[in-house]
Design a binder for this molecule. Structure first.
Ligand SMILES: Cc1ncc(COP(=O)(O)O)c(C=O)c1O
Length: 400
């Protein structure tokens, strides 16, 4: 009671801080001058700055006048974005052949695509989804909020410093028909370990045989081995004739983190099914946020429609990937033979196999912040801090 009123909120328990954004707040509050941020998956240059990519900035300037119009986008967003990203995700030829049966909705980032996809699946197809152990921590909460039962499948083996492929396959084989399997097509977050081509083929075969439904979370295209190579899992599953979902994020590869640009693709059997799937997804979006924001979507569409800007964007992506691989090599050189396994990792992250207490030591004694599963965001390293980081990691490993 307060001033005679019944109070509604006073018994609400405090939620746990987000493992990534929450730690980032702790980093901001740390007053030590030598503190280093290896937490968040934001690409930084050698000066540790995170800028809008040059090609994206140019596209942003090009579309400035379109933003003056006061209007809504359709419920499922900008059709030019669907078309342009469709060609990037599936390849031009396949997109031309298949887009008639792929329902596409612009989303509020990759997260929004996962949430809308989860709600759609829960409502229409299956209430069970399996995610990898480990995975991006938000996956569990996204799908639980969507109403799904979240199971896990083994993915990473600390002993092997790589994928536990046998464990993964046996787990898939035990799953109930119609279970949705959440997969990272490239740059697995947090481990950086991706299946080989042969392993993807085997996974596709098992998933089809066991009548499971693949849902790809595609957040890092271009940051693994390049735009084309990074879609090999999608190619393999398309060749094998799967129905599937793809949640796509433009946060990292277009540096549009805060503009919240993403897309949900649902690959269907044919155009008639696509129509019905789309009608249900539009109802979900309408009640969630009505329709998506336009600014970032217009930027991506304009960039990809302009051949010169698209070339420039590809070169910038190549340069980002190159910087990541140079840093990874420099770190391996400094850490020594016990860390050779890092060489097989792809993308912005590497999993350095530290336990929680070693991570705490890095934070407390050395002011090096990383999430407690031992994932480091490599672009937080540069030529000035890499020796310090390597010697600190070596120090906490020796104490163990
Ligand atoms: C695996 C994975 N999926 C999805 C996302 C979300 O992307 P967005 O920022 O576009 O929502 C991220 C971002 O960190 C991610 O790492």
């Amino acid at each position: 009671m307060y001033n005679g009123h019944i109070m509604f909120f006073h018994e609400i328990a405090e939620g746990q801080p987000d493992p990534i954004f929450g730690l980032n707040e702790a980093f901001q509050a740390d007053v030590r001058p030598n503190k280093l941020n290896l937490i968040i998956g934001i690409y930084k240059d050698d000066q540790l700055r995170s800028h809008l990519m040059g090609s994206v900035m140019q596209a942003k300037n090009q579309i400035a006048s379109q933003d003056v119009m006061a209007d809504y986008l359709p419920i499922d967003g900008l059709s030019d974005l669907h078309e342009q990203l469709g060609m990037i995700v599936f390849g031009e030829t396949r997109w031309k052949e298949s887009h008639g049966r792929v329902y596409t909705a612009q989303s509020v980032g990759g997260t929004g695509a996962l949430q809308v996809g989860g709600q759609f699946l829960c409502q229409e197809v299956s209430k069970s989804i399996a995610i990898s152990t480990p995975t991006w921590p938000t996956h569990r909460s996204i799908f639980e909020r969507a109403g799904m039962r979240v199971e896990t499948y083994p993915y990473y083996s600390r002993d092997k410093h790589g994928i536990d492929f046998d464990g993964l396959c046996s787990s898939l084989k035990r799953m109930t028909e119609k279970t949705v399997v959440l997969l990272h097509p490239v740059c697995h977050n947090p481990t950086g370990c991706d299946p080989s081509t042969e392993q993807w083929k085997e996974l596709s075969r098992i998933i089809r045989e066991k009548r499971l439904l693949p849902f790809f979370d595609f957040a890092y295209q271009g940051l693994g081995e390049g735009l084309e190579k990074d879609r090999q899992a999608i190619d393999i599953f398309m060749n094998d004739g799967h129905e599937m979902l793809i949640a796509y994020s433009c946060a990292k590869n277009f540096s549009l983190y805060c503009q919240r640009v993403g897309v949900l693709f649902v690959v269907d059997e044919n155009a008639a099914v696509k129509l019905r799937v789309g009608s249900q997804i539009k109802k979900i979006i309408r009640s969630l946020y009505s329709n998506p924001p336009a600014h970032g979507a217009r930027i991506v569409a304009a960039l990809l429609q302009d051949a010169a800007l698209k070339e420039k964007w590809k070169k910038e992506l190549d340069a980002m990937r190159h910087r990541i691989s140079v840093i990874r090599e420099s770190l391996i050189r400094r850490l020594g033979v016990n860390f050779e396994f890092l060489r097989h990792h792809k993308g912005m992250f590497s999993f350095i196999d530290l336990d929680k207490s070693q991570v705490q030591q890095l934070i407390n004694q050395f002011a090096i912040y990383l999430i407690d599963n031992g994932r480091i965001s490599l672009t937080g390293l540069n030529s000035e801090n890499i020796d310090y980081v390597a010697s600190s990691i070596t120090a906490v490993c020796k104490k163990a």
